[in-house]
Design a protein around this ligand. Structure first.
Ligand code: KG4
Ligand code: ZN
Length: 356
């Protein structure tokens, strides 16, 4: 197949992003440009993403970012094969801005539109960066999602487990807020954790040692809140929280490694892929690497800038869909919820709102 060139747009949360990616499945692809504008400053005073502020900010800067992405890639709109945009799940106002912009470009340039599931973007990133083949086991850990899935094709996902309450990124963000650390919480908790003693405070590890592959983080968050009412050392609290989160992730993922082997006995070198913003956490990456190796799994964790929200992953997921011969109609509706697997659970905690 000829190499495909795709323009991708991402506007589902608080990052506005545009990228141009070239390649063919299974990858790796060439990221010709990837521009991410983080709205962190606009949301920081509120301690969380404010949907209305996010949509307005996307609207103000998206067209400029698209121009820059095309310029950086040295590609004209005429030369792209298709225009891909996140069509969900996410904050609906933001999704509408990106998807409507993509529709307008597709219509006036006579190019195909590809509606991309944001989670598929995260899931397929390791193909864009490393050319990972199917099937693989995916641990998807972000601000809104915490799931284990078997990925057997670009649009073939089997859900193994999901969170029963908060997503792990949300737990990081809430812990940061409780401890008075600035937004965005995850990276700040990691920095403080590196300086602290992880055994300073005993914190619960919900579901640990129980069968199954689901997650629960709300008990851990409540324990951090109670801890914060006493005199705490912030570094030690962050280290203790992060150690608990890692234990939970390892325990649940260990069950999924076993299940994946049963489901895909023909895979000679089974692969664990970690994706989503929380995969940018080096301590989590190291712990999962150790776990994978002890189970004879390979592991891929994409570089942090492609783990957190970006448009290159959307362009790549669009490229995979385009390569399957799929196109989407110009009246495609944005979706606030959009599960990756057919069973209907999109793994969204439903709590990712202002100040959450
Ligand atoms: O994938 P992402 O950029 O956006 C969503 O689709 O949710 O993930 C953002 C989440 C936030 O909760 C953020 O705090 C978390 O990823 N995160 C981290 C780190 N970097 C980002 N959590 C822990 N450690 C990090 N270094
Ligand atoms: Zn994301």
């Amino acid at each position: 197949m000829n190499s495909l060139t795709i323009l991708g747009l991402e506007t589902s949360c608080d990052e506005t992003a545009a990228a141009v990616v070239r390649g063919t499945p299974p990858g790796p692809g060439v990221i010709l440009s990837s521009i991410v504008f983080s709205q962190t400053e606009a949301h920081a005073p509120y301690g969380g993403v404010v949907p209305e502020i996010a949509s307005r900010a996307h609207l103000e800067i998206l067209d400029g970012l698209i121009e820059r992405a095309l310029d950086d890639a040295n590609v004209s709109l005429h030369a792209v094969d298709a225009i891909a945009a996140t069509a969900g799940p996410g904050l609906i106002g933001g999704v509408m801005v990106g998807l409507t912009t993509a529709k307008a470009l597709a219509l006036c340039m006579g190019k195909p539109l590809i509606a991309v599931n944001h989670l598929a973007g995260h899931a397929l990133t390791a193909r864009m960066t490393d050319g990972v083949g199917f099937p693989f086991l995916l641990l998807l850990v972000s601000g809104g999602h915490c799931q284990l899935l078997a990925v057997a094709g670009p649009e073939d996902y089997r859900l193994y487990g999901t969170t029963m309450d908060d997503a792990v990124g949300e737990a990081f963000d809430k812990t940061a807020k409780i401890l008075g650390l600035p937004y965005p919480g995850g990276p700040n908790v990691e920095i403080h954790a590196a300086r602290g003693n992880s055994r300073a405070y005993p914190l619960p590890r919900p579901l640990l040692g129980r069968p199954g592959m689901d997650f629960s983080f709300s008990g851990l968050k409540t324990a951090v809140r109670q801890l914060a009412q006493t005199q705490v050392n912030v570094d030690d609290a962050c280290a203790s929280f992060q150690a608990a989160a890692i234990d939970i992730l390892k325990d649940r993922t260990a069950h999924a490694l076993t299940r994946f082997r049963q489901d895909f006995p023909q895979a000679p070198h089974p692969m664990l892929v970690v994706a989503g913003g929380v995969a940018a956490n080096a301590a989590i990456g190291a712990a999962l690497r150790q776990l994978a190796e002890s189970h004879d799994f390979d592991i891929r964790v994409p570089p942090p800038k492609y783990c957190t929200d970006n448009a290159a992953m959307i362009a790549w997921a669009g490229l995979e869909r385009f390569a399957l011969g799929k196109r989407d109609p110009l009246d495609f509706s944005p979706r606030a919820r959009w599960p990756l697997d057919a069973s209907g659970d999109d793994g969204h905690s439903g709590k990712r709102q202002q100040g959450a």
